[in-house]
Write a protein that binds this ligand. Structure first.
Ligand SMILES: [Zn+2]
Length: 123
């Protein structure tokens, strides 16, 4: 899907931008839900066919995948919730606008690029 960015970057997303971003977020949400369902399904198949030590190793990988999947799902749902309360596209740290370019690359973005960098350096 190609979408023409609004002419002025760094402005709030317009209605057509929001529609595209919302569709991307819904698509991502579906993907994450499917991924989590697949993880659960594969786990029950593995338990039937493998040894206890293999199951332990599998469970470790599964837990990591599941945490990553749940974290990504939570970020996506939080972005959709921000859209619903008209807070989408505003940085959660400085309150400034998150650039449209950044939102299209990462629709779940909670922070502007500058704040994201600062937060990562503080870790
Ligand atoms: Zn910021």
């Amino acid at each position: 899907m190609s979408h023409q960015l609004s002419p002025v970057d760094n402005c709030r997303p317009g209605p057509s931008d929001l529609a595209v971003l919302r569709a991307k977020l819904h698509e991502d949400r579906q993907f994450r839900l499917q991924q989590l369902a697949d993880i659960a399904r594969i786990t029950s198949a593995v338990v039937k066919t493998t040894s206890a030590s293999d199951i332990a190793a599998h469970n470790e990988v599964r837990d990591k995948l599941e945490v990553a999947g749940r974290t990504a799902l939570a970020e996506t749902e939080a972005a959709l919730a921000r859209m619903d309360v008209k807070r989408y596209g505003r940085c959660g740290r400085c309150g400034g606008a998150i650039s449209l370019q950044r939102l299209f690359a990462h629709p779940q973005a909670r922070y502007c690029a500058r704040c994201q960098l600062i937060l990562e350096m503080q870790r």
